[in-house]
Design a protein around this ligand. Structure first.
Ligand code: NAG
Ligand code: NAG
Length: 516
């Protein structure tokens, strides 16, 4: 069933291009990993934000052309291609401040266009070539919306900055209606719009520059050795960038609809809820000669990669068995569900100012936590037996509550028991319990239109404390099987008798599958 649905999704998600375009669609059905890594921008270091990575298995902190070529696998469809393809992950920001990665559907598609400039020779990426597309710091769009007809583009409209911003697409997917055009919308639709219209999620599209200066395989900003042609996907190359490279475009699909009706908003891993800062990286890892051969001989107009005789095609199953080695520094980092916000402490930046993406800033994404009761239990004779899968949100919430306590006496235990089990414990010893109420002030600054542009979050301060002495406490934690009761009721069942009273707004997605 899942597979049938997926197949329908994949077939329906193929972008339509004018018939005269020769291209192939390289599937990357596997994802080699998800991590704060970017060997182009931050070689040898942990990167600021999380990327989803596809391609050669030798991807890593210090990957380069030579090491990628030696990969013994690729998560894409052509064996001779060990290139690495990466973009920021998409997260859902819950109202409790936690971030949950949205499911990526079907891996990634890399489109290779080899007919965008009739008459021009199209060149393969040279050895050692790498580039970035998009600007992770960008938070505004100062050009007309929607795009005027391309025939009217002139002046600043065809500046590299404008073209770069128009090379991003946020395609609202609803397979029951007419498809939107590729690269038509250059921002992230808001949650209301996504809930209402985008029943099959959102497709992020990213077109790379294809005009090259003909000599540098990289540049300081990893961009200025290449440029966009005057109409983003086609058109004239600017002076100094006359060599035409094969056109490259990424597509990833994200199941934003799984969060329909849940309060919160979407943000890219680079702390960007606007979408204007979407970006991607490409590091060439094609075996010498193969790409040029394919460019010269594979002129199909239906995009089917199987029809290009130059390629050794590998199955989807094989594509899904290729993973890179996670660097030790990142092995324990959670990237799927993060209780305190985006991985790397990336504080959301709404713009419109150019983002700083400072790490470990005190800003947070939380919009409303007026008071956080936190607990300290000097003499623990209360045992709250919460047995949960240590990787799920309930475990995280318990850990957070513990971390906020004035003393670190634990009020919960986590075990790796995969299914929650009801636990009851009764204590007859006197218990002295201190309840500390913390208050944190959060200011959401809005512009004249009422659109939030920045959030200032104060540090929690103690408003009051209360001591209570209990001579008898009984705590009942019961878990009710999902689907047997309405969700609201489940949530109430989970609020554990006044302790760690943190609402869990993670309706029914604690045990999702993350395979493609
Ligand atoms: C969401 O976006 C739609 C379409 O762009 C707009 O009409 C609507 O006002 C927006 N809603 C909010 C709450 O910003
Ligand atoms: C819009 O972004 C640009 C950077 O591309 C920045 O220089 C400019 O100040 C931003 N506009 C506003 C109103 O902040």
């Amino acid at each position: 069933m899942q597979d049938l649905r997926r197949m329908a999704v994949l077939l329906a998600s193929l972008a339509a291009f004018p018939a005269a375009d020769a291209f192939w669609r390289l599937p990357c059905r596997g994802r080699t990993g998800v991590a704060r890594l970017d060997p182009i921008v931050d070689p040898g270091e942990v990167s600021s934000h999380v990327h989803v990575v596809h391609g050669g298995g030798n991807f890593g902190m210090s990957a380069n052309y030579e090491t990628l070529l030696k990969s013994d696998c690729t998560s894409c469809g052509v064996e001779q291609d060990k290139s690495a393809y990466w973009t920021p992950a998409l997260y859902f920001m819950h109202t409790d401040g936690s971030a949950e990665m949205v499911d990526q559907v079907g891996g990634m598609l890399a489109y290779y266009f080899n007919d965008k400039a009739p008459g021009d020779k199209i060149h393969a990426f040279p050895e050692g070539f790498r580039m970035l597309a998009g600007d992770p710091f960008q938070r505004n769009f100062t050009w007309p919306v929607p795009d005027p007809p391309k025939s009217n583009w002139a002046g600043a409209q065809i500046s590299q900055k404008a073209l770069e911003q128009k090379a991003l697409g946020f395609n609202c997917l609803n397979y029951a209606t007419t498809a939107e055009g590729t690269l038509d919308r250059h921002y992230m639709p808001n949650k209301t719009y996504l809930d209402e219209h985008c029943t099959d999620g959102i497709r992020l599209e990213l077109m790379f520059p294809q005009c090259w200066n003909g000599k540098d395989v990289d540049s300081d900003d990893h961009k200025s050795h290449v440029a966009y042609p005057s109409l983003v996907m086609e058109g004239d190359c600017p002076t100094g960038y006359e060599k035409r490279l094969v056109g490259l475009m990424y597509e990833t699909i994200w199941n934003t609809y799984a969060f329909k009706g849940v309060d919160g908003y979407f943000a890219l891993a680079n702390a960007d809820p606007t979408g204007y800062g979407y970006h991607g990286d490409f590091m060439n890892g094609w075996e010498s000669g193969v790409l040029q051969d394919a460019i010269d001989t594979c002129k199909n107009e239906d995009g089917n990669v199987d029809e290009c005789a130059v390629f050794d095609i590998q199955t989807q199953t094989t594509q899904q068995k290729c993973y890179f080695d996670m660097p030790a520094a990142l092995r324990s980092e959670k990237t799927e569900v993060c209780a305190s916000g985006l991985p790397g402490d990336m504080a959301i930046q709404w713009g419109p100012a150019y983002a700083t993406m400072g790490m470990g800033s005190s800003e947070t994404t939380t919009t409303a936590i007026p008071a956080i009761p936190s607990l300290s239990i000097p003499s623990l004779s209360l045992s709250l037996g919460v047995s949960v899968d240590s990787g799920n949100m309930l475990g995280n919430a318990a850990a957070m509550a513990t971390a906020e306590a004035a003393t670190t006496t634990s009020t919960s235990t986590s075990t790796s028991t995969p299914t929650p089990t009801p636990t009851t414990s009764i204590s007859t010893e006197p218990i002295t319990e201190e309840i500390v109420y913390l208050e944190r002030k959060i200011e959401v600054l809005i512009d004249k239109e009422g659109v939030p542009y920045t959030t200032i979050t104060g540090t929690p301060t103690t408003v009051s404390t209360a001591m209570t002495t209990l001579t008898e406490t009984s705590t009942v934690v019961s878990y009710v099987e999902r689907d047997t009761v309405p969700e609201e009721q489940q949530l109430e069942e989970r609020e554990i008798s006044g302790h760690a009273r943190r609402h869990l707004h993670h309706h029914g997605r604690l045990h999702r599958k993350h395979g493609f």
